[in-house]
Write a protein that binds this ligand. Structure first.
Ligand SMILES: Cc1ncc(COP(=O)(O)O)c(C=O)c1O
Length: 422
């Protein structure tokens, strides 16, 4: 019987066994930290039609501007542009798209030029490159407890240690420095998702952003600003990106330490894999060399299509999806207050796709997921995987992006029953 990758036996290093060769012994030490997620088996069940899933943190495919992409791709492949669309291109990225992004960044308070921007294959690629650029084995990355799992996975390959980034400004630079030295390296960057973070949905207020910049200045380290959800604000005032605050402190983007990672995945379409980095030129120059070595450039045709669709109607597309997601967020928050028992708390995000639920101490999110799928056919992501120190067992992440309001109500009723029984 043919086995697919998901059902192959997995060793502790996450490597399939069975061909005689001792592959793990051959792999570099960095491969040790690339592990299959424990919850993978459970989440495989999500494809079943009777499961209500709050697990995937992905956009609703019904909201993709598919027709606009169809027209943009046809146009890119006709006339004068068809050769360029299918040809090798520069590692920095498609110039008209970078120029569009200059205007977009200016609207967020970031004055820059196209030389401050490199296109990446999703912002995930930027996180990998930044891990590669900054982290020698044993160096320290400052991350939230919890933080985006994909960032931990990207950085893990470069064998760092992690320390907890607290945006309250209540830990001294000297303490961070000494902790990193004791672990045999230096602090290299602070990573933060400032708006509607994955997994918590929380937003850093301006004072917290300033605290992170103060700490980074004292430690003389970089700040990686993950802006994947930045455009998805449903209420409240916009808070300037950390990069804009950094420019205000230092006069010009080329004097800043903040590296902004943007993405079209949550607004236009993740499948085209187009994101960008906006930062000081010395950082961009180095990233361009890394991109040359890694994949030469992101797919030209995809960049052209994104440019066309963004130029024709980025704001309208964002307004459309925000209306839908906001209604789903409201439905989830209302359902949680109706159906969750005493002792359960959750975040109230101003945007994004996630609500972060904290259960009483004795709960284990992974065990609750197993029970929830078995008895009530509801799925979510246990929170522990988002903590670099393995804590957070009593937390879970709910995504409201892909379920209708009626499904959200029904799913939260069922989840409430599981929690009451747990
Ligand atoms: C916080 C965060 N950063 C980055 C990414 C990567 O997105 P992409 O590579 O599609 O831009 C994601 C995807 O879910 C995310 O949640």
């Amino acid at each position: 019987m043919q086995q697919d990758a998901a059902t192959m036996p997995i060793t502790s290093t996450g490597v399939s066994t069975g061909h005689g060769l001792d592959w793990p012994a051959l792999f570099a030490t960095r491969a040790d930290r690339m592990k299959a997620s424990e919850i993978r088996e459970l989440l495989k069940l999500l494809d079943q039609p009777d499961v209500i899933s709050f697990a995937g943190g992905i956009p609703d495919p019904a909201l993709f501007p598919a027709e606009a992409f169809g027209a943009a791709l046809t146009s890119a492949l006709s006339g004068d542009t068809r050769g360029a669309a299918l040809q090798y291109s520069v590692s920095e990225g498609y110039k008209p798209l970078r120029e569009w992004l200059v205007t977009r960044m200016a609207s967020l308070g970031v004055e820059c030029t196209a030389d401050n921007i490199m296109i990446t294959s999703g912002s995930q690629q930027a996180l990998d490159y930044l891990g590669k650029l900054f982290l020698s084995p044993g160096d320290t990355a400052l991350v939230g407890w919890p933080t985006y799992l994909g960032a931990l996975q990207a950085f893990n390959a470069y064998e760092p240690t992690y320390d907890r980034l607290t945006p309250l400004g209540n830990r001294s630079a000297a303490d961070y420095r000494e902790t990193a030295q004791a672990k045999g390296g230096a602090v290299k960057f602070a990573y933060a998702s400032a708006d509607f973070a994955n997994p918590t949905g929380e937003t850093l207020q301006a004072s917290a952003r300033q605290n992170i910049l103060d700490l980074a200045t004292e430690l003389d380290i970089a700040v990686i600003e993950d802006a994947a959800y930045q455009s998805l604000r449903y209420e409240g005032e916009e808070v300037p990106p950390m990069l804009a605050l950094d420019i205000a402190r230092n006069g010009s983007i080329d004097n800043t330490r903040t590296i902004y990672c943007g993405s079209f995945s949550k607004t236009l379409a993740p499948g085209l894999r187009v994101g960008w980095v906006c930062a000081a030129k010395p950082v961009i120059s180095k990233l361009v060399l890394m991109k040359q070595a890694a994949d030469l450039h992101s797919a030209t045709l995809n960049q052209m299509a994104i440019h066309q669709v963004a130029s024709d109607g980025f704001e309208a597309q964002v307004a459309k999806i925000k209306t839908t997601y906001q209604a789903r967020r409201d439905a989830m928050l209302a359902a949680l207050s109706r159906h969750m028992p005493e002792g359960v708390t959750w975040t109230k995000p101003d945007g994004g796709m996630f609500v972060w639920v904290t259960l009483p101490e004795q709960f284990d999110g992974a065990a609750l997921l197993a029970e929830s799928i078995r008895s009530e056919r509801v799925a979510f992501v246990p929170g522990k995987a988002f903590f670099a120190d393995g804590s957070g067992a009593n937390t879970i992440r709910l995504s409201f992006s892909c379920a209708s309001e009626a499904m959200i109500e029904e799913g939260i009723i069922r989840l409430g029953r599981v929690v009451r029984g747990g």
